[in-house]
Design a protein around this ligand. Structure first.
Ligand SMILES: [Cu+2]
Length: 542
């Protein structure tokens, strides 16, 4: 962990000032690569999910109870490229009206927004979808469970909604058995969805009895897990177990990283095995030590998913707003008989409220966050790119907009990354967004000319491409569903190439739905220069 002196902090922000000012300038033009000029998004993008229509669902809900203020953060010199409705009287989707209590659908190609209606609660008010958990169902609809029922104590909603990307509508389905504020959802091999943690209806404790969503609604396990923190960073493993990486929302002084194995019946206990190596003092994790707390660290199943390596990056101590942070990075190989976290190269600076995005060239892009809690003056940090083949980081350019607590970053089908969100110290809503275009976007890219719409487990299929001879990887990538530094969905599964001709590749699909749960994916091909194609959508079914 690095502790910065005030002088170091000043030097750090000074070093990047020119770069950031250039980025924020009204005269900044879009460029082929790097961060693009900021633009105004539709709402504060606390939650984001890439749908198989190519559009992105954003959910704000009340987002930290700022609804009465609708306060927008200062945004110097931004380029406003939001499309507003043709009818000048219709301001419903144009900021600064209605930034919260809402959701929005963004078309990243046209840069237009629409606003889906939120289902109502029993008293006729829109459900507050702030702090739901979300993951995809096999048909591509997004399941979103829990949320906010009040702030007097932070109380969890039990309602569950489904967003259909085709009709772009929410519908209400069977509620959870418990209120859950800050739960994590994991889509399982069966297409059912596991839900853990979240603060209950009374706001007095986390509900530690996980539930599973199926065709009959939610069913609870009768035995509790250990006291998993809120928004536990969970990953489905190839054997069907679930890994808790140690990353979470807010305070976690009790429960260390572990593997949870679900029983074959709801009445049996969930088995838990601790994964050591992450804590300075394994017997006594320190709530004031960011390296022990990992508050708003980010965790990622490194590409390809077949390697079963999870990386945890940065994070803070128990304080959201002013918390000290760590630059340390650890990786665990979950194929080992007795997996242990091992330290790898650190970030260039400590940071929390970070996001990690798997790129189609099999690197991981890390951005957002601040060196201290939600301090925006220490938030205009360089992005950093991790190469899992060498376990090393490369620095990218600094961001022009601070995105701290309640921010997001997602991969778009063209290979760029969209960032947005943030509610610095609860004082305003950051509605600027920014796109990062990795270096590969200016290269000559391979193209997918032909690909099936649907594939199944254990089969093989052909991809038509004139670049077939130069393709080294075919990637099956699950689209993102991210909030609070944790993407509950993204993973990159290798599709091994079994044969090549001049104009086509044949690849095989894993037999194991734990490795790639049923649902919609994007497929990309990467050439021998590490240049990936634009993505094509495909549905993986049983
Ligand atoms: Cu939050």
């Amino acid at each position: 962990m690095i502790t910065l002196t005030p002088k170091q902090r000043k030097a750090l922000s000074g070093k990047m000032r020119a770069e950031v000012e250039a980025l924020q300038s009204t005269t900044a033009a879009p460029s082929e690569t790097g961060w693009q000029p900021p633009f105004i998004g539709p709402i504060v993008t606390t939650h984001a999910a890439l749908m198989h229509t190519g559009k992105v669902l954003f959910i704000a809900g009340s987002t930290t109870d700022l609804r009465v203020f609708e306060q927008v953060c200062p945004n110097p010199g931004i380029t406003q490229i939001t499309s507003c409705p043709a009818d000048p009287n219709d301001t419903s989707i144009c900021p600064p009206w209605g930034l919260t209590d809402s959701a929005a659908v963004w078309d990243p190609v046209k840069n237009t927004f629409s606003r889906p209606a939120i289902p109502l609660d029993n008293s006729g008010k829109p459900l507050d979808l702030f702090c739901v958990g979300h993951s995809f169902l096999p048909d591509g609809r997004l399941l979103a469970a829990g949320g906010t029922s009040g702030y007097a104590a932070d109380r969890g909603l039990s309602s569950t909604v489904i967003f259909d990307p085709m009709s772009e509508r929410f519908t209400k389905v069977a509620s959870l058995n418990s209120g859950r504020w800050y739960p994590t959802l994991v889509t399982l091999a069966s297409g059912r969805v596991f839900c853990a943690s979240g603060i209950n209806n009374q706001g007095n404790d986390v509900d530690f009895n996980p539930e599973i969503f199926s065709e009959v609604g939610w069913t609870s396990f009768s035995h509790p897990t250990s006291k998993l923190p809120t928004y536990p960073q969970l990953f489905l493993l190839e054997n069907g177990s679930i890994f808790y990486s140690g990353g979470s929302f807010n305070e976690n002084a009790v429960v260390k990283a572990r593997i949870l194995t679900l029983p074959d019946s709801f009445s049996k206990p969930i088995q838990e095995v601790e994964v050591p190596g992450l804590y300075a003092d394994p017997h006594n994790p320190d709530p004031d030590n960011p390296a022990d707390q990992r508050n708003h660290a980010t965790s990622v199943l490194l590409p390809p998913a077949q390697d079963q390596r999870v990386m945890i990056v940065g994070g803070g101590n128990r304080f959201l707003y002013g918390g000290s942070t760590t630059d340390t990075v650890y990786i665990v190989d979950l194929k080992d008989r007795h997996p242990v976290y091992r330290q790898v190269q650190s970030l260039s600076v400590p940071r929390m409220h970070v996001n990690a995005v798997i790129l189609p060239n099999r690197t991981v892009f890390v951005c957002n966050g601040s060196i201290v809690g939600e301090d925006t003056s220490l938030a205009l940090l360089r992005a950093e790119i991790f190469d899992p083949a060498t376990n090393t980081w490369t620095l990218a350019e600094a961001q022009g907009v601070p995105h701290g607590y309640h921010s997001m970053a997602i991969l778009l089908p063209d290979g760029s990354i969209a960032t947005g969100g943030g509610t610095p110290t609860g004082s305003c809503n950051e509605i600027r967004m920014q796109i990062y275009r990795p270096a590969y976007m200016s290269a000559t890219r391979p193209h997918i000319q032909e690909i099936p719409e649907r594939i199944s487990y254990g089969g093989s299929f052909n991809i038509g491409t004139t670049h077939a001879r130069n393709i080294k990887w075919v990637n099956l990538m699950r689209p993102t569903a991210v909030t609070h530094s944790h993407d509950m969905e993204q993973r990159l599964v290798d599709l091994p190439i079994t044969s090549k001709s001049g104009s086509s590749l044949t690849v095989s699909v894993t037999k194991n739905p734990n490795l790639a749960p049923p649902g919609w994916y994007i497929v990309t091909i990467t050439d021998t220069n590490n240049i990936p194609s634009v993505a094509s959508w495909i549905q993986l079914t049983a």
